[in-house]
Ligand binder design. Structure first.
Ligand SMILES: Cc1ncc(COP(=O)(O)O)c(C=O)c1O
Length: 433
């Protein structure tokens, strides 16, 4: 039988179990008697590409979100590593408002002053020299893949091949899902794009072996930390080892920093932990603080490979998106949010370890900056929903056995305490496994 909210007549499709809500420390309880309110239309006209949770958010501020019933949630997901400045950051709101009132979009057929400024800012913090702008992480990687092929063609390589890794996620366009190492997102979309050589992640010997046996390789494309696969952090020296192999073989070192970039790991880019420069770096997510933008940045010879007519994008780096991207970088520099991500990441990791280390269900707690994960000994069905019901937004990967935290860099110690405490309450409620 259908149930309707007595306050607002909306159809109720999910309830917050009171038992769990009572466990919460300092969270606002539902004003509508503990029910999520969500007016889902009888017939959805959306393609069913997402298994959506039955909740819609109406408002956000800092690390907090409010749903349509007024319930408050602590957002430790950050729009999947996008909202590094938190929701409705005043400088971002001002930049969007002011730029929207002046100029949103022209075309890449003309000079775009804001795009030049953002490219300069990206190069300043990354050590790159030139940037191509697009609208998403997948497109940024698509640009990198095209760049590598063109680089190979310039060297006279017949079948330019890019070394990629198992368990990687580079996006869902045909070339990026072919480059990715997750079979589940490839299934049904064959024939996949050829020209990729897959090796295990965090395995330098495997890349050496490819170098010894394959003369068509032109580049390596890797994530510095596997994000979608559950925050898998390689051994220190992995990136430096890849740099060395690329130098020895004349390959481009291309890093997918779509998730790790723009301060998430406690440096502007994860490669800066190892004091090296890749040839190509891709970014998106946090760069636009929710306004879609992607970028493929390069240095040296790689920065001149894509010439006039070789690649393009209607929206890529338009005045609005570029202005917001520049604002994100400026605010992060002004408010020292990159070192803050390192500091708060360490604090949250410590707190998660404190409350969870002896939990019988927990097998590992790890993190680098504000990319953190708790691995469980078994898959828990509906785990993300259980966290949501407890007022905490997280991502759950690994088929239900890895809880991933990607909170904004503006998170306070008290809010980090809440993330840890709610996590402990949720996992306690699940028993020993
Ligand atoms: C490392 C990495 N690369 C690429 C992508 C794809 O980005 P987008 O969804 O913006 O296309 C993602 C998205 O999660 C990512 O984590």
């Amino acid at each position: 039988m259908e149930d309707f909210c007595q306050h607002c007549s909306a159809r109720i499709i999910a309830y917050t179990p009171k038992k769990r809500v009572n466990l919460l420390i300092g969270l606002t309880l539902a004003p509508h008697g503990g029910a999520f309110r969500f007016m889902k239309p009888e017939v959805s006209h959306l393609m069913a590409t997402y298994s959506r949770l039955p909740i819609a958010f109406e408002r956000g501020e800092g690390v907090w979100l409010w749903d349509t019933a007024g319930n408050r949630y602590l957002d430790a997901l950050g729009g999947v590593a996008v909202m590094t400045l938190g929701h409705t950051h005043p400088d971002v709101v001002a930049a969007i408002t002011e730029q929207a009132g002046k100029l949103v979009h022209t075309s890449n057929w003309f000079e775009i002053v804001e795009q030049e400024k953002l490219a300069a800012a990206i190069c300043r913090v990354s050590g790159m020299e030139r940037v191509f702008f697009c609208n998403s992480g997948a497109e940024a990687n698509e640009a990198a893949i095209k760049l590598a092929r063109l680089y190979g063609e310039g060297k006279g390589v017949n079948n330019p091949t890019i070394v990629v890794t198992q368990d990687a996620f580079h996006g869902r366009t045909l070339s990026t899902l072919s480059a990715g190492g997750n079979r589940s997102i490839q299934a049904g979309f064959e024939p996949l794009l050829t020209g990729f050589k897959r090796v295990p992640y965090d395995d330098l010997e495997a890349i050496q072996e490819v170098a010894a046996n394959n003369s068509d390789v032109v580049a390596v494309l890797v994530e510095p930390i596997l994000g979608e696969s559950g925050i898998i952090i390689p051994h220190k020296g992995y990136l430096a080892g890849i740099r060395k192999i690329c130098d020895q073989n004349g390959w481009l070192m291309m890093l997918d920093e779509v998730q790790t970039g723009i301060g998430r790991t406690g440096e502007w880019f994860a490669y800066q932990h190892e004091d090296l420069l890749p040839d190509v770096v891709t970014l998106a997510k946090a760069l636009g603080s929710g306004i879609p933008i992607g970028a493929c940045a390069a240095r040296g010879h790689a920065s001149t490979v894509l010439g006039p007519g070789s690649h393009g994008s209607t929206f890529g780096g338009n005045a609005l998106a570029s202005r917001v991207g520049r604002t994100v970088i400026e605010v992060m520099e002004r408010d020292k949010l990159v070192p803050r991500a390192a500091q708060m990441g360490e604090y949250l990791l410590g707190r998660l370890k404190q409350v969870l280390i002896n939990h019988p269900l927990v097998s590992d707690i790890r993190g680098k900056g504000l990319m953190l994960a708790v691995s469980l000994k078994k898959d828990i069905p509906d785990l993300q929903k259980i966290f949501l019901e407890a007022g905490l937004l997280v991502s759950v990967t690994g088929g239900g056995s890895i809880v991933r935290y990607l909170p904004p860099a503006i998170i306070t110690n008290q809010e980090a305490d809440q993330v840890a405490n709610i996590s402990a309450d949720v996992l306690s409620g699940l028993g020993s496994g």
